[in-house]
Design a protein around this ligand. Sequence first.
Ligand SMILES: *[C@@H]1O[C@H](CO)[C@@H](O)[C@H](O)[C@H]1NC(C)=O
Ligand SMILES: *[C@@H]1O[C@H](CO)[C@@H](O)[C@H](O)[C@H]1NC(C)=O
Ligand SMILES: *[C@@H]1O[C@H](CO)[C@@H](O)[C@H](O)[C@H]1NC(C)=O
Length: 259
Amino acid sequence: MLLQSLIIVFTAIARPTLAACNLSYEALQQVTRDYISSQATGAFATTASSASYTENFRTVNIRTGLLSKALRVNHTRSIHDTTECATFTEYVVTDPSHPYVIGTQIRLTPDGQITQIDSIVTDAGDWLFNATGTQYYASREDWFVIPAETRDTRATIRAAGDAYLDLFNNPSVVVPWGTPCARLEGGAYTGQGRPTDSCNVGVPSGVPLTNRRYVIDERVGSVDVFLDFGNNQIPDTHEFRVERGRLRFVHTMTATGGA
Ligand SMILES: *[C@@H]1O[C@H](CO)[C@@H](O)[C@H](O)[C@H]1NC(C)=O
Ligand SMILES: *[C@@H]1O[C@H](CO)[C@@H](O)[C@H](O)[C@H]1NC(C)=O
Ligand SMILES: *[C@@H]1O[C@H](CO)[C@@H](O)[C@H](O)[C@H]1NC(C)=O
């Protein structure tokens, strides 16, 4: 028994995953810049060839998956998590030959090795898909850097996102709605550009949103969550922008089954 406890203790101490992320915000920005710029040729698949790679939560060969294809990126925005060594990128390809809206979480070791790349890939036929619509609305929003004195904590940002997600399966959850607030779902937008715009315009009920994987960026008040949507476990990302503890923007991509 004692030996077993000691083994457990030593294993815990030796686990390299316990090390804190040792990457600066700028280092993580370089990762997302490389990801976006090399998607123009597909070269990121070579840069990150040892990483595990999924598309819509299915393992895909990184050398032959979408990451290895040349895509012309029309809109992009990334967030960077210096606690978890992780990033999230939203990007839109309006190329009429095959439009896409893609959300990608990248995870790295504390010293910057890319270990995991997970993409939600949406295209024609997916929930409210409209790449030109996504580009149009997303590029008009202001995700400014939050001044240090009004920046929310990781816990506050995450709790705001979780409250919204919990609402799908628990109508009594208190969500910190902000005003104005706009939802971009696929290429559809709830915002009218009015100061009274609300995100409290209804969500489905009885839908558990499970297996949540977070990327949190305090600098822009944002949390991205990859999750299994409902009992059919549809691959989904919900990204939230939080200002002074309240929801400002919600972006979703849901891979209900496109082309
Ligand atoms: C963290 O990174 C710095 C700069 O690259 C390096 O000098 C330092 O040794 C690293 N610390 C750990 C614990 O790896
Ligand atoms: C999308 O990006 C490509 C490549 O940069 C460009 O040629 C095209 O005009 C852009 N389309 C739109 C709708 O912005
Ligand atoms: C997609 O969004 C654009 C920009 O808002 C809009 O003009 C277009 O009608 C939309 N297309 C469809 C099929 O809804």
